[in-house]
Design a protein around this ligand. Structure first.
Ligand SMILES: *Cc1c(COP(=O)(O)O)cnc(C)c1O
Length: 410
C-alpha cells in the first residue's frame, strides 16, 4: 500500500506542477444560471443546460410520474429484464424529432459513441476524425482497433486527402465483405470552440468516396434548427448522414445519449453495441424527463427559449466589443494559452462571482488553455451585460476567439 500511495502522490504532484490539477467543487443547488458554493452564490456560465431545462417543471413532473409508475431503478440491461415503456417512448420521440427511422438510447453520450463505433468497425477498417472531436470518439476509435486518421479541423482538403488514401486501400479488396469500411466522424457544433463543421461539404465528400458519416450533435441538439433538432436539421441533411449522435444531458436537461438513424442500424446496435448490452438501462425517470424535453423543445416554448438564447448571444457579442466569430454560437472560448494563465483568469472571475472553470489539456491541446463561456436562455440580459463588462476589464481583445469563420447560424 505504501508504494501504491507513493506512486499516486508523485503522479498528482506532476499534475499540479503542470497546472493541470482538477478537483470537484460541491454545489448546493441544481443546475441553473445561479449556483451556490458554500453560502456564496455565483453566476454560472459553465453549464451545457443551454435552454435552462434541467430544472424545468415539465421535466420534473415527467420524472416524478415515471418514478411513481416504474420505480427508481432499472434492474438490468434492457435485453435482460425487459425494456420499460419510458425508453421506447423516448426513442420514438427522438426518431420523430431527428427525422430518422429509429433511435436507441444509451446511459450516456460517451457510452453511445463507444458502443456504436466498436459495433461498426474492426481492425480492417478506417476511421477518419476531425482533429477536435470529443474524447469519447477518440476513445471509441482506439477501442475499435480501426486505423485512425485525423484531418485538420474543419479542413476539407485534409479530409479529402485521407479519404482518397482510404478509398484506394479499400477498393483493392475484390470481395465486398472484405472491403474496408470508412467512417468519418465530426461534431456539428464543436464543444470547446463553438464553431461548426462544414456539413454539406463533408456529406458530399464522404459520398464521393463511399464512406459513412457520424455526426455528434451534443451541443446542437435542442439549440439549432427550426424545431431544435440540431444543425443537421437546419441544413436539411438528416437522410444523408448514416449515424447521428445526440446527448440528453445538455440542452435536453436530462442525462443519457442516443443514436438516431436507420432501423437496421438500431437493430445492429441492439445486437452488437457492448455498452448497450452489458450495462444497466438508464433510469426510467431520466428517459421520461428527456421525452418531456423533446416535446418542450419542439413547442412554442422551445422556440421562445431559443430566441432568448440567441438574443443573449447577440447581446454578449455586441457588449463585449471584442473580436468574435462572424456567426456567433452559444459557446464562446476565450483563449489564454498557458494552463496557469487560464487557471488564474478563472480564479479572478471566481472572486468576482462568476463560475467559469479553465479548460485545459487534455480536454484541449497543450498551450491552448481557455475559458469556455456557455450562454444559456436562463441568463438574464443584465447578467450577460455584467459578464461582458467584467471580461472587458480583465481580458485583452486578442484573447477572444479567432476561429475559422463559423458557419453555424445561417
Ligand atoms: C458531452 C459530450 C459527449 C458525451 O455525452 P455524455 O452524455 O456527457 O456522456 C459526447 N460528445 C460531445 C461533443 C460532448 O460534448
Amino acid at each position: 500500500m505504501d508504494r501504491f500511495d507513493a506512486e499516486l502522490t508523485q503522479q498528482l504532484l506532476a499534475i499540479r506542477q503542470a497546472g493541470l490539477y482538477r478537483e470537484l467543487r460541491q454545489i448546493g443547488t441544481g443546475q441553473g444560471p445561479h449556483i451556490k458554493l458554500g453560502n456564496q452564490t455565483f453566476l454560472n456560465f459553465a453549464s451545457n443546460d443551454y435552454l435552462g431545462l434541467a430544472n424545468h417543471p415539465a421535466l420534473k413532473t415527467a420524472a416524478i410520474k415515471a418514478i411513481e409508475r416504474f420505480g427508481t431503478g432499472s434492474g438490468a440491461s434492457r435485453l435482460m429484464s425487459g425494456s420499460v415503456a419510458p425508453h421506447h417512448e423516448l426513442e420514438d420521440a427522438l426518431a420523430a424529432f431527428k427525422g430518422t427511422e429509429a433511435a436507441l438510447s444509451f446511459s450516456s453520450g460517451y457510452a453511445a459513441a463507444i458502443g456504436t463505433i466498436c459495433a461498426l468497425l474492426g481492425p480492417e477498417d478506417v476511421i477518419v476524425l476531425d482533429k477536435l472531436v470529443h474524447a469519447c470518439i477518440v476513445d471509441a476509435a482506439k477501442l475499435s482497433r480501426a486505423k485512425i486518421r485525423v484531418f485538420k479541423h474543419n479542413d476539407l482538403n485534409s479530409l479529402e486527402t485521407i479519404l482518397k488514401w482510404a478509398c484506394g486501400k479499400s477498393c483493392k479488396s475484390k470481395s465486398l465483405n472484405r472491403r474496408a469500411k470508412i467512417l468519418v466522424v465530426t461534431e456539428s457544433v464543436f464543444s470547446m470552440d463553438g464553431d461548426c463543421a462544414p456539413l454539406p461539404e463533408i456529406v458530399e465528400a464522404k459520398d464521393r468516396y463511399g464512406a459513412w458519416l457520424m455526426v455528434d450533435e451534443a451541443h446542437a441538439t435542442g439549440v439549432y434548427g427550426p424545431t431544435g433538432a440540431g444543425l443537421i436539421q437546419q441544413l436539411g441533411l438528416s437522410n444523408r448522414i448514416e449515424i447521428q449522435l445526440a446527448t440528453l444531458g445538455k440542452a435536453l436537461g436530462s442525462a443519457g445519449g442516443a443514436i438516431c438513424g436507420r432501423r437496421k442500424l438500431i437493430e445492429l446496435l441492439v445486437n452488437r453495441a457492448r455498452s448497450f448490452i452489458y450495462s444497466t438501462a438508464p433510469v426510467p425517470a431520466a428517459a421520461a424527463a428527456a421525452t418531456a424535453a423533446i416535446q418542450l423543445v419542439q413547442s412554442e416554448t422551445g422556440a421562445q427559449l431559443r430566441s432568448i438564447l440567441w438574443e443573449n448571444v447577440r447581446l454578449f457579442k455586441s457588449t463585449a466589443q471584442v473580436a468574435y466569430p462572424e456567426a456567433p454560437s452559444h459557446i464562446v472560448p476565450i483563449h489564454v494559452g498557458t494552463e496557469t494563465g487560464a487557471v488564474q483568469l478563472s480564479a479572478t472571475l471566481f472572486e468576482r462571482g462568476y463560475y467559469i472553470p479553465a479548460i485545459r489539456f487534455p480536454t484541449v491541446p497543450r498551450g491552448k488553455a481557455r475559458l469556455r463561456i456557455s450562454l444559456t436562455a436562463a441568463h438574464t440580459a443584465d447578467e450577460v451585460r455584467s459578464l461582458s463588462a467584467t471580461l472587458k476589464q480583465l481580458v485583452t481583445q486578442d484573447k477572444y476567439v479567432q476561429n475559422s469563420p463559423a458557419t453555424c447560424n445561417s
